[in-house]
Design a protein around this ligand. Structure first.
Ligand SMILES: Cc1ncc(C[n+]2csc(CCOP(=O)(O)OP(=O)(O)O)c2C)c(N)n1
Ligand SMILES: [Mg+2]
Length: 320
């Protein structure tokens, strides 16, 4: 066991594995459901990147606020949304987390601090800075968290959000999920410096690059950043090097821009397998069985849930 592992109890390690398994098995079920025509609209899965949301959210409280992306199912699940409410939402059912009106890229669950997935690349960085600003004004120790991709790090929102958070020492975690591609464009083609963490120097804040497939490394970096934010010392940029092992979105091609060898090399470093290697096999098998039952039940629940009543189309549009 590594030094980092020693700091966590066996129960904590199993809990990290369980969260990653919930994300993986839910995403696999969603991919099958997409192929079966149950999901309307785009569906970007988080397969291969589970360690990032899991390692970060394990440090968060319910009253901390997460702002997410188009690839946000993992963030929602790690922050406390149930697989049943997530699946029902993607199937457009009234029992979904956004009552069937949002779908994959409008998942909102403020009751667990999940402040939304979004189809617009970049603004979550500014929203997290804004949440951090309000948490500071309110004199709380809550933190705002932005998950965003390498593609988003080349958007103007990145500069504005990090600069603002730096000058006002806002309690924010900027989590860059550098999966090396923005759709089909390599970070080496789109960034003058592909090491996103190094950009922190420009804002005079800490920037760290971690192995985003090692949940313990992510957990440790996020722990330090969260303690720093809660203590009033300001934001941190964490670049998690990871990889999506499915296509950019379900139904899209996954060839012509990356090699099969590259995909296989990352699959060999699967985040679930890396953690499982440090755990008793029987415990891992028990968690997998438990998660399979949970995801199967979620799928049945979602499929059997009603669509929203058309008569309620204008409900939830305005605040009461
Ligand atoms: C402002 C904006 N520009 C462009 C797009 C089109 N778009 C959707 S996903 C995507 C790639 C995003 O890449 P990255 O941020 O690395 O996230 P990943 O898909 O790799 O998780 C782009 C350009 C968009 N949705 N919003
Ligand atoms: Mg990317």
């Amino acid at each position: 066991m590594t030094q980092t592992t020693d700091k966590l109890s066996k129960d904590q390690l199993l809990s990290l594995y369980r969260t990653m398994a919930v994300i993986r098995r839910t995403e696999e079920q969603l991919a099958r459901a997409h192929q079966a025509g149950l999901i309307h609209g785009a569906c970007h899965t988080y397969v291969g990147e589970e360690a990032v949301a899991t390692g970060v959210c394990a440090n968060l409280r319910t009253d901390d606020a997460v702002f997410s992306t188009h690839r946000g199912h993992g963030h929602a699940l790690a922050k406390g949304v149930s697989p049943a409410a997530l699946m029902a939402e993607l199937f457009g059912r009234a029992t979904g987390v956004s009552r069937g009106r949002g779908g994959s890229m409008h998942l909102f669950a403020p009751e667990v601090g999940m402040m939304g997935t979004s189809g617009i690349v970049g603004p979550c960085i500014l929203q997290a800075a804004g949440a951090g600003y309000s948490f500071k004004l309110l004199n709380t120790d809550r933190v705002g968290v932005a998950f965003f991709g390498d593609g988003a790090s080349n958007n103007g929102a990145f500069h504005e959000g990090l600069n603002m958070a730096s000058i006002w020492k806002l309690p924010v975690l900027f989590i860059c999920e550098n999966n090396l591609y923005a759709t089909e464009i390599s970070i080496n083609q789109s960034a003058g410096n592909p090491n996103v963490a190094e950009r922190a120097v420009a804002y005079n804040i800490p920037g760290v690059q971690v192995d985003g497939n090692d949940v313990l490394k992510v957990y440790e970096a996020a722990r330090e950043a969260t303690l720093r934010a809660r203590s009033g010392a300001g934001p941190t940029l964490i670049e998690c090097r990871t990889y999506r092992t499915r296509a950019h979105a379900e139904g899209m091609r996954d060839a012509g821009y990356r090699s099969a060898e590259e995909v296989d090399a990352w699959k060999a470093r699967d985040p679930l397998k890396l953690l499982a290697a440090q755990l008793p096999a029987a415990d891992v098998a028990a968690i997998e069985a438990e998660v399979k039952a949970q995801v199967d039940a979620a799928y049945d629940f979602a499929r059997n849930s009603p669509y929203p009543d058309p008569a309620t189309a204008t409900t939830h549009v305005f605040a009461d």
